[in-house]
Unconditional design. Structure first.
Length: 82
C-alpha cells in the first residue's frame, strides 16, 4: 500500500477493566493511483468490538475488512470505467 506524506497512522485500543482480550479493530486504506487519491482521499476505519457480546471480535474485524475491501474494489472499478 502506498502511503503518501502528510499523515501519520497509529492504532491504539484498551481492553478496559472487564475483558481479557481486545475486540476492537481498525484499518487504513488509500488508493495506489494518484488521480484516484485526489478524488477519493483516505479511509480510516474503527470498529468497536462490542465487548461482552458473542462474536464481537469477529464482527469488528469483518466490518473493517468489508468496508476496506468494498472501498478498494469500488475505486478499482471506477478507475476501469465501470
Amino acid at each position: 500500500m502506498k502511503v503518501r506524506p502528510g499523515v501519520e497512522i497509529s492504532g491504539q485500543s484498551d481492553i478496559g477493566c472487564q475483558r481479557e482480550n481486545n475486540e476492537d479493530s481498525f484499518g487504513y486504506w488509500e488508493p495506489e493511483d494518484d488521480e484516484q487519491f485526489l478524488r477519493k482521499g483516505r479511509l480510516a476505519i474503527v470498529a468497536d468490538g462490542m465487548g461482552g457480546y458473542e462474536g464481537g471480535q469477529e464482527a469488528s474485524h469483518l466490518a473493517v475488512e468489508t468496508v476496506s475491501s468494498f472501498t478498494a474494489t469500488r475505486t478499482a472499478t471506477i478507475r476501469n470505467g465501470h
